[in-house]
Every structure is written in C-alpha cells, then in structure tokens.
Design a protein around this ligand. Sequence first.
Ligand SMILES: Cc1ncc(COP(=O)(O)O)c(C=O)c1O
Length: 278
Amino acid sequence: MFYFDHNATTPVACEVAKTFAAALSEVSGNASSSHRAGQQARSRLEEARVTIARSLGCSAQELVFTSGGTESDNLAIFGLTQNIPLRGKHVIATSIEHPAVLETVRQLGRDGMDVTLAAPSVSGIAQAIRPETVLVSVMHANNETGSIQPIREIARLVKERRASGQQIFFHSDGVQAFGKVPVNVHELGVDLYSISAHKIYGPKGCSSCTDGYKGRVGIYQVMPVTEALGRIIMEGGNAIDIADQAAKEGVWDLRRAGLEKIKQGMTSIDEVNSVTIE
Ligand SMILES: Cc1ncc(COP(=O)(O)O)c(C=O)c1O
C-alpha cells in the first residue's frame, strides 16, 4: 500500500521508532522526581524543550508539552479565556478551522461568550474585531486545502489593538504548517501557537503530560507543543530534523522527489526520507 495522506498523519520514521524504544528503556524516571532517575529524565526533557524551542524561534520557558494538536488548541483557547480575568467576552475564529478549534470555540459560545466565525483573511478578521474581542484564532495552514493564512498581517492587526489598550491575544493552529513552511513564532507575531508530532513523522499522542502548565497559561507567549514531539527530540531529534529539512528545502519539492523515488521502486520510509533535492 502507498500511503499519501500525510495531512491526516505521517508514519513514524524508523529512526524515531528505534530511538523512542531505546529511550523508553533507558530513561525510566519520572521527570518530577527529585532522585537521580527523575533528574535524568528531567534533564533529557529540558534538552528536548530547548531543541524544539530553537526550531520555533522561542525560548524554552515558552513551551508547554501536551499530548497532541487537539489538546494544544484546547489548552490555548480555554487556558486563555478561562485563566485570566478578561475584560471582554468576544472570541473570533475562522470558518475554516479544524474541529480542534471550532468545537472549542463552540463550547465557549455555550458557556456564554460571543463567538464570530470570520473569513480567513485580514479584512475578515478586521471586520469581526470588536472592542470586547479577547481572542483571535486563525490556523496557519489548512488541513484540507493547504491554504496559508496571512498570520503576520493578522498578528499586526491584533498588536495594533493591543497597543491601543485592548486586552486581545492571537492564537494560531500551526499543526499543518510546522515542518512544511519555516516557522518562527516571534517573527510571525503570534501569542500562542500549536503544533503536533504525528504530522512530522513522530508518534501519535503520548500518554502523559509531564510538564505542569498551571499558572503559565494565561500569560501570553505560551507555545503548546506535544509531549510526543518532546520525546522524539529527546530521543534523537529525527522528526525535527526532517521538519527542518522539509522547511528549508521546500516540502513540496521533497514530496515530489519522494514520489519519484517511490515510482522507481523505493518503498521504505527510510529510503523515502533519505531523499534530497539535487
Ligand atoms: C489543522 C489541525 N489542527 C489540529 C489537529 C489535531 O491534531 P492532533 O491529531 O495531534 O490532535 C489536526 C489534525 O488533523 C489538524 O490538521
């Protein structure tokens, strides 16, 4: 079977699976324990945090591990709207968001917030913003069409509002963008950004959320990423290398090159991942 639906999920890269399995047996401590085994796990986790942060252009303190993109979107949106005393009660998302965002803002609507589903454009967001808007959530890349939204420009809009005294924050679901286009969260100007490991050759949701996020969400510039991604980085850095390489070289060219190799009879993910562009 040839599997091409990499927006739904990617296969775990062989190197990732190998290093993941090795780390499971080598690092068995609880990263919250004060004894040596715990501190070994903590130090591997913190190394991972630094590596991922570097890849996103933020500091390690800004990263929060979650179990996947859905939890990351949930944490960003609920965390912001429920954990800080907000002056307004209006939230904007776009009509093209993934259910991880759409269902979350719908729940906010049931809880009494005003929700606008705007067109995914600068003018769509500009028209929807009100003085009482506290959160704007716009996905970076769409999972079905691949469209890239004007995140920088929308961030500028939000910042202008903030500069004039409005308490307003900007979240972007970057689950489909990270690894396909270069991402630097500070250059993008987002306050919160969500990514997910299993879209970039990492495993699907890992079971535990090892890093306490209480108290940090609500301060803007929290970057939820997945525990799974953290573990991959911790265990060899393969997924992030693949993501970085794809971002640098242009993922579409890489995929095209990969497809050519498949046609030539190269079928293992190892071989396909080793494709480079001449
Ligand atoms: C744009 C987008 N956001 C969020 C998610 C949810 O991510 P996860 O499957 O890691 O929960 C997906 C998954 O398909 C997605 O495409």
